[in-house]
Each structure stands twice: as structure tokens, then as C-alpha cells.
Design a protein around this ligand. Sequence first.
Ligand code: IMP
Ligand code: MG
Length: 185
Amino acid sequence: MNQDCPLYQDLSEVLYSEEELREAVARLGARITHDYRGKAPLMICILKGASVFFTDLIRCIDLPLEIEFMAISSYGASTVSSGEVRMVKDLDRPILGRDVLVVEDIVDSGMTLSFLKRTLTNRGASSLRLVSLLDKPSRRTVPLNVDYSCYQIPDKFVVGYGLDYDEKYRNLPLVGVLDPKVYTK
Ligand code: IMP
Ligand code: MG
């Protein structure tokens, strides 16, 4: 993407460049490859935010993995979580006996992933771990441990690499802090 693209002008700061993300995702893929050797994990992408991270990550994992997609209700045009979690698209197949890895874009309050963890554990997965590109631990309202994450970040609203504000900025190839002037009008 060209740096003249107007999407860049709405950022107050770049947190992780395209190159840094590529390296972090490759390192995470190598870790998962190592930890799941001899297994065929089922990787679940949480739409839409995790889609960019997910498609890069699975190509850095040298295992006979399978993929599935799930969608959870999102923020809408707000930078603060509604606290309400709703499943919008369920899995196409059962997960009984599978080694499941749930892949998210960012963990904030922890509501989304704790809901998913409960739901999927009840369906009889043989193991379940949580993967997130970003983690904002200071924002937790429910206790939740992320098993694999690339970066822990401070309490700032970020966009790019799949993360959106009001459905925009997902196609930015980097992760940046959205300038508050965009959402405080
Ligand atoms: P949680 O349920 O509060 O942990 O919220 C997780 C979801 O909130 C993520 O999947 C994102 O869709 C959204 N979210 C949280 N923080 C941000 C952010 O800084 N930028 C964009 N989306 C965010
Ligand atoms: Mg999301």
C-alpha cells in the first residue's frame, strides 16, 4: 500500500511495521509448529478482525492443520466494548477430540475469548489454546490467559492488519494507533 493513502493520515503512531509483523508472525508459527509436532490442529479464525493475521500465520505453520471460521458480534462504530458477546457464524464441523487453536486479532476485556473458550470446551475439544496477535492485559474485566500472542500493548485503540474502526482500516498492512480525532467528534 502506498504511504500516500489517506488511511495513513488517521494514525497518530505506527506501532508495528509490515516487516516487524512478518517476523513476529513467523516466530509464532515456528513456536506452534514446535509445540504441536505430530498433531493436526484445527485452527479457528475469528472473523473478521483475525482474518489477515490468520492467513499469514497458517502459512508459517509446518503441520497438516485444518481451518474453520467463526464470527462473533463486534464493536460497531465504537472504540469501547459493549460487553455483549453473540455468535453470528458457527463452525461447519464438530470439534470433538480435536486440538483446537482459536485465533483472535486482539484481546481486550477478555469477554469474547472467555465466551468462546467455554463454548468450545463444552463441545469436547481434546485441547484448546488461545492465540492473539495483540493483547491489552490492562483492560481485562474477566480473567483470561492468552496462550500465544505476538505483542502486549498499552490501552490504546489500534487499527490495521485486520483490525478495524467502523469496518475501516483493516487493509492497512501495519498496526497503528488511531488518532482520537477520528472518533471524538
Ligand atoms: P474483548 O471481548 O473485549 O476482549 O474484545 C475483543 C474484540 O474487541 C476484538 O476482537 C476486536 O474486534 C475489538 N477490539 C478491542 N480492542 C480493539 C482495538 O484497539 N482496535 C480494534 N478492535 C479492538
Ligand atoms: Mg474482533
